[in-house]
Design a protein. Structure first.
Lengths: 278, 292
């Protein structure tokens, strides 16, 4: 192919990167502006940094509770999904179960449906059907951890399958011959080898759960509300507090950015995997 | 213990959870959709009323309008993402300093929560707060107000979707372009083909599978867009950006007409399945059978 000037390409990509990064930068600009400065002509440059919005968010007891809920729900869900995904993929790759490929495909169909469609049935089930006496799953952390499995568990299964298939069967067969129990084989032989794949799955499911909004907004009203729902609360109340809203957004964004820097390479391969196969 | 028994035991928790939170809601929503059920009405019990919820749905102008704007949104967003994503993927095929760095930055929006993307674009486009209305005003004298102009709100949601999801298209197409063999291109150049001929007759047919797979994923995702739009416009002004997901969230929940809400959910699910199936049958399946 024809060679073009590499520095022209760099200039092109600097412009594209600017378009990608500017909205994120603007979020930060709004978050460090006092409310009185917001309605003057928007200024691209930051002249002074005002941290009060962040301090207000951290001092707000309700928001601290939301943050705690988000942390507990996404961590609980990520651990649950990765563990179950690991066991499921072990079963799928090591046993000759009849119809196992159909089961594998069935798991992913749970992820295909638009979540909005499940809002109403999920709400009705969690408030009225899945209950023991006075305890209903709606508006509880454990309820949200289980509900998030509908999209995270299929994801965990689909990302872990290649990892488990890639670990040679001979290794666990050798351990069985030596008289190890299935539990010991899983914990001491397979688990250490699957660790990199498990780590990526754990991190990504954590981010998906942390980012979720729609289900949290409809299935919780106080006890298990998450940070993303707190964000929308600041918009609907009379007159938006833009600075606070921006600060909450930054708080919600930071974990995703950290995670992104950790697993960036895997995200690229994970996302492109389907396309290469397709 | 028979080894297969252990296998089923390992699968059991996963299947139980996906059954309770995936399969049961699916059949439950279908069952409720054939009933009249409003817990806060004079008669709060569930009454079987055949398909009258569905009959009502056909004449629901708001719902039909929301289907229409959803299709328009999906069409413009996915088409733009495909064109821009392809051009950017081609730009990544050349060698230039800092390529890996630029690709990392380009991938950044993918990991961001949709609700945060909505929040960011709200801060970018709200008059007197956002930078975009102020720049458009001083450069072109154009007054952008997504709270008043239906067209402006629609375009802003499309631009937001492009910003958020074009990187996905770029990455998939890079993967496809990288794996192309060099021979056909060299041969075509020797034969004197021009750039446009090479694109239409060699590149496009060879990366067609990747394009179809990418469009398939993007279509499914774009049809379910809710969070960002809810945050950015709330479905407004009027119902200009009330895409089906937003419609369910804004209309079905505040009203407690559970039977009717379920019917809407079932129809949306059905339409999603039908669109995906049509795409599959029309685009993906014939190619596979041809390969044999």
């Amino acid at each position: 192919m024809k060679r073009s000037n590499p520095w022209l390409m760099v200039l092109f990509w600097v412009i594209i990167s600017f378009l990608t990064l500017f909205p994120i930068y603007w979020l930060f600009v709004i978050s460090v502006k006092p409310a009185v400065d917001l309605f003057s002509t928007p200024d691209i440059w930051l002249t002074k940094v005002y941290w009060q919005n962040y301090i207000d968010v951290l001092n707000d007891r309700t928001l601290r509770g939301y943050m705690m809920n988000s942390l507990i729900i996404s961590s609980g869900n990520a651990v649950l999904c990765t563990t179950l995904g690991f066991l499921t993929c072990y079963a799928l790759s090591r046993f000759n179960l009849p119809g196992k490929e159909s089961i594998f495909f069935w798991t992913i169909t749970n992820r295909m449906a638009p979540p909005a469609v499940f809002l109403l049935p999920m709400y009705l089930l969690l408030t009225q059907v899945y209950r023991v006496g006075d305890f209903a799953l709606a508006d509880t952390r454990i309820g949200m951890i289980l509900v998030y499995c509908t999209f995270n568990l299929p994801f965990a299964i689909w990302t872990l399958r290649p990892t488990l298939d890639g670990i040679p069967r001979e290794l666990d067969e050798a351990a069985y011959v030596d008289g190890a129990s299935p539990l010991r084989v899983i914990v001491e032989v397979v688990f250490p080898l699957a660790r990199p794949g498990l780590a990526v799955t754990l991190i990504l499911t954590w981010v998906f759960a942390w980012n979720e909004y729609l289900l949290a907004a409809t299935l919780t009203n106080f006890n298990a509300r998450t940070l993303t729902t707190g964000l929308s609360e600041y918009v609907t109340t009379t007159g938006t507090e833009w600075g606070i809203m921006a600060a909450i957004s930054v708080f919600t964004l930071i974990p995703a950015l950290i995670v992104f820097s950790l697993v960036q390479r895997h995200i690229v391969t994970g996302l492109t995997f389907g396309a290469v196969k397709g | 213990m028979h080894p297969n028994k252990l296998g089923w035991l390992l699968l059991a928790p996963t299947m139980l959870i996906l059954f309770l939170f995936g399969v049961v809601p699916f059949f439950y929503v279908i069952w409720v959709s054939f009933h009249q059920w409003n817990p806060f009405a004079a008669d709060p019990s569930m009454i079987f009323n055949w398909a009258s919820n569905y009959r009502q749905l056909v004449f629901d102008a708001q719902f039909m309008a929301s289907l229409g704007v959803t299709l328009a949104f999906v069409f413009f967003a996915v088409l733009s993402e495909l064109v821009i994503g392809y051009l950017l993927a081609q730009a990544f095929m050349k060698d230039f300093p800092g390529k890996a760095f630029f690709r990392t930055i380009h991938t950044l929006p993918l990991i961001m929560a949709p609700i945060i993307v909505g929040s960011i674009w709200k801060l970018m486009t709200t008059p007197s707060i956002g930078i975009i209305p102020s720049l458009l005003d001083s450069w072109f004298g154009y007054n952008l107000n997504i709270g008043q102009s239906a067209m402006a709100a629609f375009i802003t949601t499309v631009v937001m979707d492009i910003w958020h999801w074009t990187p996905l298209v770029t990455l998939s197409l890079i993967a496809a372009l990288v794996s192309l063999p060099a021979d056909p291109f060299e041969q075509a150049q020797i034969d004197g083909a021009n750039k446009r001929q090479i694109f239409w007759h060699i590149t496009l047919p060879m990366i067609r599978p990747a394009i179809i797979a990418t469009v398939f994923i993007r279509l499914m995702d774009a049809m379910r867009t809710v969070d960002e739009v809810l945050m950015l416009t709330g479905g407004g002004p009027g119902s200009a950006t009330r895409y089906v997901g937003v419609h369910i969230f804004k209309e079905v929940f505040p009203r407690t007409n559970y039977g009717y809400g379920s019917a809407i959910s079932v129809i949306v699910l059905y339409l999603t399945i039908v669109v995906c199936w049509l795409l599959y049958v029309g685009l993906i399946a014939p190619r596979n059978t041809k390969k044999g």
